[in-house]
Design a protein around this ligand. Structure first.
Ligand code: TPP
Length: 369
């Protein structure tokens, strides 16, 4: 029996909170395996390794091009993803076409890996209705309301469970999002009903300018899952193999009817919060950013794959050229889509526009807008 004095030892409990969440690591900063047993157990094929690398490179190029297009005023809202390639692309490789993705505004790469066309992602960025048309791709449009996607994912996951589906709903938020009520409510509901969900908290250090240490006194954001009674782990979010393996195991657990899992990925947003005027050097130092570049997920994975004879600078250059031309086509395609009319926008937003909005629709239509 635990003695009363031990239960009332608050300091000991605080220390325990810190030690209960060790970080999962597989590939170190030098691209060397630090957990051979876990790597072998995961049974990752060479093809998987190359596919994960390709996804991360695609995310990298997409980010480069999107940030440039934003600077030229050719895109609207853009949230850079540099530094989060493992946390986003490697985790998402663990999921199937039938699994449902609920993205946040920074999670465009996962949508594209799932088959959402790049030109539509560009139209979403511009606020065009077509950017919200998902077709057969099992994803929803990215949430701007931080944390809302956790509630929605819980609902979808519960639906999958009730229908006996062998699929999961998976969703991402940030360290800032982990402070939102919706995030906890989503995890709590999914936990209570043992729904098929995998939740990610991408702890990239900052919620716009608010640093992680002001976000929560919890030493690990993963501990928030414990309050919902769900298995929760911390993963090196700059380590593609750790991210992939954790996501794959979490999916297997959830799809087998055991309920959801929460994964906190420790990563860094190396670039601004968004391309709409954020300057990270107003709230963090250059030195801090440089330190994080030493953990670059792309470099680690590149070294690892090169040592296995699976990757080279030639392969990479060719692949980057392919993606760039895919993006060139997507820009043209997005530019060729007719401009959205204000009248259509209102019609698409409101099923029953009501008297005042009907008047506005008529007015805009009259002006050809
Ligand atoms: C409910 C809600 N509150 C506030 C905002 C304004 N807002 C937009 S992004 C953001 C910070 C989010 O940070 P984090 O969840 O860490 O994600 P990151 O941008 O770092 O990926 C805030 C507060 C919002 N979009 N939604």
């Amino acid at each position: 029996m635990v003695k009363g004095l031990e239960i009332l030892d608050f300091k000991k409990q605080l220390e325990a909170q810190d030690t209960e969440f060790p970080t999962l690591e597989v590939l170190n900063n030098d691209g060397k395996l630090v957990d051979q047993a876990l790597f072998d157990d995961a049974g990752i094929s060479d093809e998987d390794l190359v596919n994960i690398m390709q996804r991360m490179i695609k995310q990298y190029v997409l980010n480069e091009r999107s940030t440039k297009l934003a600077k030229q005023g050719r895109l609207g809202f853009v949230a850079p993803t540099r530094g989060q390639e493992a946390s986003q692309s490697a985790t998402s490789y663990a999921f199937n076409d039938d699994d449902f993705l609920m993205p946040g505004y920074r999670d465009i790469p996962q949508m594209i890996h799932k088959g959402f066309p790049i030109y539509k992602a560009f139209l979403w960025s511009r606020g065009h209705q077509i950017g919200n048309e998902m077709g057969d791709v099992k994803t929803w449009f990215p949430q701007i309301i931080i944390g809302a996607q956790f509630v929605q994912a819980a609902g979808i996951a519960l639906g999958m469970k009730m229908r006996g589906k062998k699929s999961v709903a998976y969703t991402y938020t940030g360290d800032g999002g982990s402070s939102q009520g919706d995030t906890y409510e989503g995890m709590n509901t999914a936990g209570a009903y043992k729904a098929n969900a995998v939740f990610f908290i991408q702890n990239n250090g900052f919620a716009i300018s608010t640093p992680r240490n002001l976000q929560s006194a919890a030493p690990h954001l993963a501990s928030k899952g414990w309050g919902a009674g769900i298995p929760s782990i911390v993963v090196d979010g700059m380590d593609a193999l750790a991210c992939y393996i954790a996501a794959k195991k979490a999916r297997e657990w959830a799809v087998s009817g055991n309920g959801p899992v929460l994964i906190e990925t420790l990563c860094d947003r190396l670039e601004p919060h968004s391309m709409s005027g954020d300057d990270p050097l107003r709230y963090r130092t250059k030195e801090d950013i440089e330190e994080w570049y030493k953990k670059d997920p792309l470099i680690r994975m590149r070294i690892f794959l090169e040592a296995k004879g699976l990757w080279s600078s030639d392969i990479e250059e060719k692949y980057i050229a392919e993606i760039n031309s895919e993006i060139d086509d997507a820009v043209k395609q997005a530019d060729n889509v007719p401009k959205q009319k204000v009248s259509d926008f209102i019609k698409n937003t409101l099923e029953n526009p009501g008297y005042i909005m009907e008047e506005q629709i008529k007015k805009f239509e009259g002006e050809g807008k």
